[in-house]
Design a protein around this ligand. Structure first.
Ligand SMILES: NC(=O)c1ccc[n+]([C@@H]2O[C@H](COP(=O)([O-])OP(=O)(O)OC[C@H]3O[C@@H](n4cnc5c(N)ncnc54)[C@H](O)[C@@H]3O)[C@@H](O)[C@H]2O)c1
Length: 437
């Protein structure tokens, strides 16, 4: 066994800072509050329900992850956040229409007490939303300092010992890294000069990292995924990860595509379409926000199927993704996939998937797990990009020069091996030859 890493204990309260108190964030908060009262079980959460096998298969050691590594308990979580709409989280959850009013009523006083702070927002980066609950400031740097003040006040008010920030706000328009994102010095100058290549989500990420707060990005916009912020996170020993929670149709893709590749079945077409009626769907109805999402969704298949290694199977894959805003469905997204595959002698076959999912129900446990694992990473001294958390993302943030690992099963193995590594347990390779000696 290797030496275990020193992990600071999870003592005191953990503050969870959420830019964007919409459908995902309120479903997450209400769920945790309901679980504290014993009203619901944490289904879908690896930190709460998952186990990790240790040692040989003959040893029978498979503790729950939360009993294996020291994670903050649900009773120790405190929530705070920002939004451009001033409603408290009870009202916002009612409006989001994800959860049943009977459940929400049981956590109503606590949710009413969580009221958003004014947001850093600019319509240029998110065109379909119109809310006035915003900060005013001389420049991005001034706004970042106002965010830091909110955070400092929140910490003092609730006697919080540690914090994490998870971006649950709307998807911003498509931006690419430029000069201003290249170094910390250029970025900080850009904040002072109000550079238009800096988006609000980057201002939040900067505020968090600057304060030593681990940061995750649940949306596909760049946010913390620019060289300057990665550099700052490394310098200040802050763990960061992103982007875009892996739920719904993309989750299905990263479950199925590794299976096709494992069996060397060819794929020449994958057509995906969705109908979605929540505010997220409305934001994504804007072509510039959709472009950000589309890039995130498209990268998954080619990265898993590796057409450069298997040209005869995947070189001609035509991949199309559509999102259609359709208000009657609210958060209950419906997706259809038509997959054209081929097998022995090139004979074609088709697979149809019709997933009637609930977006925020799939995303909420991801927010919980990311908050607890990022806090663990912080207490362990891990810094910069946390690739072991790519399990949760459609576009995993990764080191330059590497390709992202999208295969859900490899991602899970990476995550669990990281936990074993931290605790000095043997890594599991699944070789298993020793059982047959
Ligand atoms: N639900 C899922 O399955 C899923 C999966 C992957 C990614 N996401 C992403 O997660 C994010 C949240 O999804 P949702 O369904 O909760 O959307 P939502 O529209 O219900 O909530 C987003 C909230 O963010 C607020 N907001 C927008 N810009 C802001 C800013 N600059 N500062 C503070 N608040 C701001 C909006 O007013 C809104 O209340 C979206 O970007 C979405 O694309 C969701």
């Amino acid at each position: 066994m290797a030496n275990p890493t020193t992990i600071q204990p999870a003592e005191g309260k953990l503050g969870i800072l959420l830019p964007g108190l919409g459908a995902v964030a309120t479903t997450f908060i209400a769920g945790v509050l309901a679980m504290r009262q014993g009203l619901a079980a944490p289904i879908g959460s690896l930190t709460q329900t998952g186990t990790v096998r240790l040692g040989k298969r003959t040893e029978g050691r498979s503790p729950k992850i939360k009993d294996f590594v020291p994670l903050a308990g649900l009773d120790d979580l405190v929530f705070g956040g920002w939004d451009i709409f001033p409603e408290d989280t009870y009202q916002a959850a009612l409006k989001a229409g994800v959860l049943d009013a009977r459940l929400l009523d049981q956590v109503r006083p606590e949710m009413e007490a969580i009221r958003p702070w004014p947001a850093v927002f600019d319509n240029k980066y998110c065109k379909r939303l119109h809310g006035e609950h915003r900060k005013k400031g001389a420049n991005w740097m001034d706004l970042a300092e106002q965010l830091m003040k909110d955070i400092t006040d929140f910490k003092a008010k609730h006697g919080i010992s540690r914090m994490v920030m998870i971006w649950c706000a709307s998807t911003e328009i498509y931006l690419q890294p430029t000069e201003v994102h290249a170094t910390v010095a250029a970025f900080e100058k850009g904040l002072r000069d109000n550079d238009p290549n800096i988006a609000p989500s980057m201002v939040y990420a900067y505020a968090a990292i600057k304060m030593g707060i681990p940061y995750a990005n649940g949306a596909p916009n760049l946010s913390g995924d620019v060289p300057a912020l990665v550099e700052l996170a490394r310098e200040l020993k802050v763990p960061i990860c992103g982007k875009d929670f892996k739920t719904g149709q993309t989750l299905m893709k990263t479950i199925l595509a590794p299976g096709f590749k494992a069996r060397l079945l060819g794929v020449n077409g994958w057509f995906s379409t969705n109908i979605l009626g929540n505010r997220d769907g409305e934001v994504l109805d804007d072509p510039e926000s959709f472009k950000t999402k589309e890039e995130s969704k498209l990268s998954v298949l080619s990265s898993i199927l590796q057409p450069h290694l298997y040209p005869e199977l995947y070189e001609n894959l035509y991949h199309k993704v559509r999102i259609n805003y359709y208000p009657p469905r609210g958060d209950n997204k419906e997706s259809w996939d038509n997959i054209d595959i081929f097998g022995w002698l090139g004979y074609p076959m088709q697979i149809k998937i019709n997933f009637l999912c609930r977006d925020s129900i799939l995303a909420a446990p991801i927010v919980l797990d990311l908050a607890l694992f990022l806090d663990l990473a912080g207490r362990t001294g891990m810094r910069g990009i946390q690739e072991w958390l790519s399990f949760y993302f459609k576009s995993p943030q990764h080191a330059p020069g590497l390709y992202a690992e999208h295969d859900l099963f490899i991602q899970l193995m990476k995550l669990k091996n990281t936990l074993r590594y931290l605790k000095g347990e043997e890594l599991i390779t699944h070789l298993g030859i020793e059982y047959y000696d």
